[in-house]
Design a protein around this ligand. Structure first.
Ligand code: NOJ
Length: 512
């Protein structure tokens, strides 16, 4: 992997789902200019980096994860120039921007796919993965069949309208399975480099990579996909050494070796962290158990071997909103955790004000159950919560109908709000190297049922203890010599007579 750019050390990311963030032209859908307009909000929150979900031309059968032109911003979001201007304005305020790269598949409306469906051989014949005969389906994968003059079934990656791009098979064992070195697979790889080159040279700072671990097929141990990304990282190191990559992979042992600076823990897969936030009894709900998470997290750390960050997002556009499970003040403790862990924190837009998961919505653009986590940002108590000046019925997704829905304006003026707590936590994090992204972590208490989660973050002699007690029991901490409390939530710990009692429903950070 290339060098890790210095700014990543204190990076705190904000994820923006562009359709739902801020609409400046009153068509009911968010746009790039809306993001530019809200840069100062993101800056004041304390974030210095943004990940924007796909904003490229697309028929939007999967909210833009079905690209039909990688080189053009979707007109509903504005123009390429708007995006370039966003990069420029963001950089002026010290904010970095990652775009979302979807290298695994395109929309079936992409011109490449239209060409690939033709019976006559052409430049795009091998851009996707086709069997030789319509009567043969690719084993273990879904496929598109009977849709073209071309004979064969075409492998799909996710929804039916998302045919998989051809990066080859790790060990081809059928005639139609091409190797990673085949001409078609190499051409796809080069095209992905071109797309990266295009946006990096326009000023973006890197990419969040969709389904990064699934590009090469029949690749059980991911050796092929790892090699592919190492090659791409090699190209970046030569041409754009500062370009940052984060993977949607959820297996840091693989992604970091592949050359990613960071990988996410996800709500699925081997390293999921649902026990903390998204299950019947989540740890931060007060009755759950964090010990299984701690065990798995430490395994992931060992595998990542300090070479890259493991990032724990507050949520994302695929998960239920945090607020669905963690209510009220407990959300503050959840953020005290998210903003004191190693790796770069990622705040999903609206989580910082406790936006709710909106129940009962009809699916929008392939969102299905995810639609409730994608509703418009709530800026104020004016029309459409300040998201759009357009007609209420034109909104991309209906607003949270709750009359007490949280909004930014209200929370900014309330010193006890979640928003102000998140701001405070980010500022504490960014004041101590030990709390930043590459400070070490050692768990002191693993949050098994009825117990708190306690860990020590350290960097170069600076040591900070983080104690989080969402339970309703007091906890006596052993051998902790507190020098200075730097953050307290709820009741202060009782430190009289040399003891240290962590109060129920409270948290603190202290220099030790
Ligand atoms: C993961 C993305 O986060 C999700 O929203 C999308 O539907 C799938 N990948 C397919 O691209």
């Amino acid at each position: 992997m290339g060098r890790r750019p210095d700014w990543l050390e204190e990076a705190v990311f904000y994820e923006i789902y562009p359709q739902s963030f801020k609409d400046t032209d009153n068509d009911g859908i968010g746009n790039i200019r809306g993001i530019t307009e809200k840069l100062s909000y993101i800056k004041e929150l304390g974030c210095n980096a943004i990940w924007i979900n796909p904003c490229f031309e697309s028929p939007f059968g999967d909210a833009g994860y079905d690209v039909s032109d990688y080189y053009r911003v979707a007109p509903r979001y504005g123009s390429n120039e708007d995006l370039e201007q966003l990069f420029e304005e963001a950089h002026k305020t010290g904010i970095h921007i990652l775009l979302d790269l979807v290298p695994g598949h395109t929309s079936w409306e992409h011109p490449w796919f239209k060409e690939s469906q033709k019976a006559e051989k052409n430049e795009y014949t091998d851009r996707y993965i086709w069997t030789d005969s319509i009567w043969e389906s690719p084993e273990g994968y879904a496929s598109l069949r009977g849709i073209s003059d071309r004979d064969g079934s075409c492998l799909v990656n996710f929804f039916t309208h998302q045919p998989a791009l051809n990066y080859g098979f790790y060990k081809p064992d059928r005639l139609w399975q091409q190797s990673m070195d085949s001409e078609g697979a190499r051409a796809t790889r080069e095209e992905i480099k071109n797309i990266m080159r295009f946006w990096l040279s326009k000023g973006c700072d890197g990419f969040r990579v969709d389904m990064a671990g699934s590009l090469v097929k029949n690749d059980e141990e991911s050796r092929g996909t790892i090699a592919l990304w190492q090659d791409i990282r090699g190209f970046l190191d030569k041409e754009f050494p500062e370009a940052v990559l984060i993977s949607e992979w959820g297996e840091p042992d693989k992604s970091i070796e592949a050359g990613f600076h960071m990988d996410f823990l996800l709500h699925f897969g081997p390293s999921h962290y649902n026990d903390l936030f998204r299950c019947d009894d989540p740890f931060f709900g007060g009755k759950g158990d964090a010990s299984e998470f701690v065990k798995k997290y430490l395994e992931s750390c060992a595998k990542a071997d300090n070479k890259g960050y493991i990032c724990i997002p507050s949520g994302n556009h695929d998960m239920d909103r945090l607020a669905k499970y963690i209510k009220g003040d407990r959300a503050k403790m959840a953020f005290a955790f998210l903003l004191s862990m190693p790796g770069a924190p990622y705040i999903y837009y609206g989580d910082e004000i406790g936006m709710r998961y909106v129940e009962g919505l009809t699916s929008v653009e392939g969102g299905y159950n995810r639609t409730g986590s994608r509703s418009p940002m709530q800026w104020n108590s004016e029309k459409n919560a300040g998201f759009s000046g357009g007609d209420e019925n034109s909104l991309y997704i209906p607003l949270d109908p709750d009359k007490d829905r949280p909004d930014v304006e209200k929370q900014l003026t309330d010193p006890g709000s979640l928003l102000n707590e998140v701001k405070k936590l980010i500022s504490v994090r960014r004041s101590y190297r030990a709390l930043m992204n590459s400070g070490e972590i050692k768990f002191v208490c693993d949050g098994e049922e009825g117990k708190p989660l306690i860990y020590i973050r350290s960097y170069d002699g600076e040591r900070i203890i983080v104690a989080l007690n969402p339970t309703d029991r007091e906890y006596k901490m052993e051998n902790t010599d507190v020098k200075e409390l730097i953050y307290v939530l709820g009741d202060e710990p009782d430190m009289t007579d040399g003891k240290l009692l962590l109060k129920p429903g409270s948290a603190f950070f202290a220099i030790i």
